[in-house]
Each structure stands twice: as C-alpha cells, then as structure tokens.
Design a protein around this ligand. Structure first.
Ligand code: BG6
Length: 304
C-alpha cells in the first residue's frame, strides 16, 4: 500500500480538522498530528509512539534524537516508546528483544474525538497475533489513549483477553528535553529504594534530589510519586505524573553508552533525560483473564 492510500482513508475516517490529521513522517511513517489551543503533539502508528509534545510558544518537552531511525521492527530513539510486555531484558530469555515488542509493531487507529470541544484524543490499539504469540504466548488487547490539552496525557490500557493470568511489566519510556544534564535536578524520589542497574551490589536509597555526573540507570521501586524536573537553563519545570505504575526509571546513558548506540548522537546525552513510568523488577502486575490494567502518565510544564 502506498502512503497516500494509507493516509486518505485514515483522514476520511478519523480526521478532526486542524485538531487531528494524519500526515507523512520520516521514511513514510504514518503520524497523527494533534493540535490543541495550547500545544501540539505527534504520534507514530509504529509503536503507538508519541514523538513530540510542544506547548505553544515553548521549546519541545519531549526529546527526539537527531539520529533516530524510522525502520520497521526497530524502536524510535526518543519520544515515548511503549515498552511492553516486559521492561529491559526478557526475564528468562536474553535472546528476546529488550523492552518487549509493543514499541516495534504497527498499531491500528481505533478512534479519534474531541474532548470538551477543545482537546483532541486519539485511541490506538494493538492485539495479539501470530507474531506476538510466537514471542509471548498470551492473548491481549492494548489501547493507547493520547489526549492533548496544555498537557500531554498518555494512557496504556492492558486487557487480558485470554483465559490464563499473565505478568505485565513495561514502561512509558519518556525522553525529556533539557538544557544541559549537569544543570538539572529531579525531585520526588527522595528516600525511595532503587536498583542501580550499573552496580549489582544491592538496593540503594535515594538521598536527596537526583543530579547527574555519570551514566545513570536506576529503577526506583514501589513509588507512585510525581517527579519534578527542574531545569534552570530552560526556565521551566517538567512534571511527570503517573497512574498504575509502581516503578520509576531514571536513565541517562552518558558518554560511553551514547557512543555505543548507533541511533544516538555522541553528545546527545547532554540534552536529554528519561523519567519512565514503569512497572519493573518486583513491581510487575499480574492481570487476570478479562481484567484491564491502566498505565498512564501526564506531562506538564510550569515556568520557573
Ligand atoms: C532504559 C534502561 O529504560 O532504557 C536502560 O533502564 C536502557 O538500561 C535504556 O539502556 C534504552 O534501552 P533501548 O532498548 O531503547 O536501547
């Protein structure tokens, strides 16, 4: 199918005028472009992946790599990858792709509508099929609901449509755009216990705010706290609220890991940080047949 023959029926069925339309993205990817009075956002059908969120008159809030690759079967570096059904390496099988398969597959548009006449909302879906069954043998129905006001609200609904319970891990792996990694701080996780993925010596406790002076890859456990990223260089704070998530992952690859990643610029570690709304390690959830788990995050910005 050519791109035009993909875009036309999507726009005919789901366009909301200027508030939501389907456009061509890099390498012919289909994107939904959402616009509210106060912000704009784009979402790729590939991965159900939010690529951008820009409040009016402000620099982007969500970070995207200049080296991101837009290829079938590959996750896009930046934005909000949907990591599911597991977080990080597969718990038993190192051959399976890190962070699950949801971020690498094509999602389907289910509906689009206006909320209160002013906020576009997009519903995407992903269901199990022969491919997902070959990787992870469970029946599921995912819904990704993206709502744009002056905030960006992202909710992943995970329904077990099979007849046995399954364990659901994962993350809304949010990349945030910052002025300079050494200038920012993250607040809200003070006192939380965490797994330092770079130091297997045991659980640690977060003392005070988070600052960055080296590679950082921490899974904060059993926390539902809102995180506040303070960025004096951009004169703003970014709030990351969450729902249905007991872990928060904070990640910056720093110099060596940045150099090892083919889709990440060598100096890009300076201008991004991830605050991920997750259920990882001991915080995974078990979803019974017929039950739905909601994993959500809301990103909002305030001036400093
Ligand atoms: C983070 C992990 O969530 O994602 C890191 O904690 C990982 O360990 C990072 O390096 C990026 O993962 P990927 O698979 O997108 O390169």
């Amino acid at each position: 199918m050519t791109l035009t023959t993909k875009l036309e029926p999507l726009n005919t069925s789901f366009s909301l005028g200027n508030a939501l339309r389907f456009i061509e993205g890099p390498n012919g990817f289909v994107l939904a472009a959402l616009t509210s009075e106060k912000a704009s956002a784009t979402v790729a059908l590939h991965g159900g992946h939010v690529l951008s969120f820009v409040p009016k008159g402000q620099p982007p809030v969500i970070w995207m790599s200049d080296e991101a690759q837009y290829r079938e079967g590959k996750a896009i570096r930046g934005g909000i990858p949907v990591c599911w059904p597991w977080f990080g390496p597969h718990p038993d099988d190192p051959e399976k792709q890190a962070h699950g398969f949801a971020r690498n597959l094509e999602w389907t548009v289910f509906s689009a509508r206006m909320i209160n006449n002013e906020s576009p909302q997009l519903h995407l879906t992903l269901r199990d099929d022969a491919l997902t069954r070959s990787i992870w043998d469970h029946a599921f129905h995912l819904e990704m609901i993206i709502t744009l006001t002056d905030e960006l609200k992202v909710e992943l609904q995970i329904k077990n449509t099979g007849d046995t319970a399954f364990t659901s891990g994962g993350a809304l792996h949010t990349y945030l755009s910052i002025s300079q990694i050494s200038q920012i701080s993250i607040h809200g996780l003070e006192g939380a216990r965490y797994i330092d993925q770079l130091d297997p010596s045991g659980l640690k406790t977060q003392e005070g705010e988070i600052r960055f002076t080296a590679e950082t890859d921490n899974i904060y456990l059993d926390t539902t706290a809102t995180c506040r990223l303070v960025d004096p260089g951009m004169h703003r704070e970014i709030y990351v609220d969450k729902l249905g998530s007991r872990s928060t992952v904070v990640w910056n690859p720093w110099i060596n890991k940045a150099a090892r990643m083919s889709d990440f610029g060598d100096n890009e570690y300076l201008e991004m940080v991830c605050i991920e709304t997750a259920n990882a390690a001991s915080d995974t959830v078990v979803i019974a047949p017929g039950e739905t788990h909601r994993l959500g995050t809301t990103i909002r910005v305030a001036s400093l």
